[in-house]
Write a protein that binds this ligand. Structure first.
Ligand code: CP
Length: 296
């Protein structure tokens, strides 16, 4: 229903009029921040933007004091991204506002996984059981991989992690996945190739010789794409490093749904904010009739 709203001439509904959503980003973001802010605006919520680099955090203000200060202005939801795992959970204990995790360290990126699953369902139907998905690259430092392993396996997909041993989590006990360290060995056996960026900002040691060698061994190059079927899907959470984990022409290939993932992210985040903030959590009648009208 929210995807339908985003496609209207005037992509806006009054569902969250009077609500205020603040985005608090302590780490860089293009997609997630703009997506949440667009989602909030399309639901007619008021938005506030907090950027750590230009805030009183630079003067030494603590996370707790920042949350209390923002809450005192009268807010309904905080969308938070932070380099440390667990910050959204901690914040939720400090405020009456709803707290949405927009990515915390290596830990989780839940709305990315929701939008990825939503994108897959649009292409492959609601039932993802048996879908074979390769998550390729820097799994070790990837919150996207962790959230997607949970989401995809919960829906019955078969997930294989592909990458060098140095970019795999040190302990995979309990992960319901297969692992391969040789992309060429398993290429052609998956329905979906979910490519991850090398998280250079989280890497302080030499985990692979050079980016060129990484691209040779694990990059989704044009040569590798040529070995894949016409109906595979190429996914990436962004931002992409073209020429490293994915070739420019592969990112732009018709089999790539990278831009579609971004578009679907707005609708998915509208749904998340709506579920958290609209009335008692149930769809209000005026929203229902408006959406039903759009479908008709
Ligand atoms: N996918 C994702 O989280 O991108 P950003 O870092 O640009 O938000």
């Amino acid at each position: 229903s929210f995807l339908e709203v985003t496609r209207r001439d005037i992509p806006k509904v009054p569902a969250l009029r009077g609500k205020t959503v603040v985005s608090m980003f302590y780490e860089d973001s293009t997609r997630t921040r703009l997506s949440f802010e667009t989602a909030a605006k399309r639901l007619s919520a008021d938005t506030m933007t907090f950027t750590a680099g230009s805030s009183a955090v630079r003067k030494g203000e603590s996370l707790l004091d920042t949350v209390r200060t923002v809450e005192a202005m009268g807010i309904d939801a905080i969308v938070v991204r932070h380099r440390s795992a667990g910050v959204p959970h901690r914040m939720a204990g400090w405020t009456q506002a709803s707290v949405v995790n927009a990515g915390d360290g290596w830990h989780e990126h839940p709305t990315q996984a929701l939008l990825d699953v939503f994108t897959l369902r649009l292409h492959r139907g609601a039932d993802l059981s048996g879908l074979s998905v390769a998550i390729v690259g820097d799994v070790k430092h990837s919150r996207v991989a962790r959230s997607n392993v949970k989401a995809l396996t919960a829906l019955g997909a078969d997930v294989t992690l592909v990458g060098p041993p140095t970019l795999m989590p040190p302990d995979l006990t309990g992960w319901p996945v297969r692992v391969s360290h040789d992309l060429d060995d398993v290429l052609g056996t998956f329905d979906v190739y979910y490519v991850l960026r090398i998280q250079r900002e989280r890497i302080s040691e030499a985990l692979f010789p050079t980016l060129r060698e990484y691209a040779n061994r694990y990059g989704l190059t044009e040569e590798r794409l040529a070995r894949l079927g016409a109906d595979v899907l190429i996914m990436h959470p962004g931002p992409t490093n073209r020429g490293v984990e994915i070739a420019a022409n592969v990112a732009d290939d018709p089999r790539s749904v990278i831009t579609e993932q971004v578009a679907n992210g707005v609708a998915v985040r509208m749904a998340v904010l709506y579920r958290l903030l609209a009335g008692d959590g149930r769809r209000p009648p005026e929203m229902l009739s408006e959406l039903e009208g759009a479908r008709a």
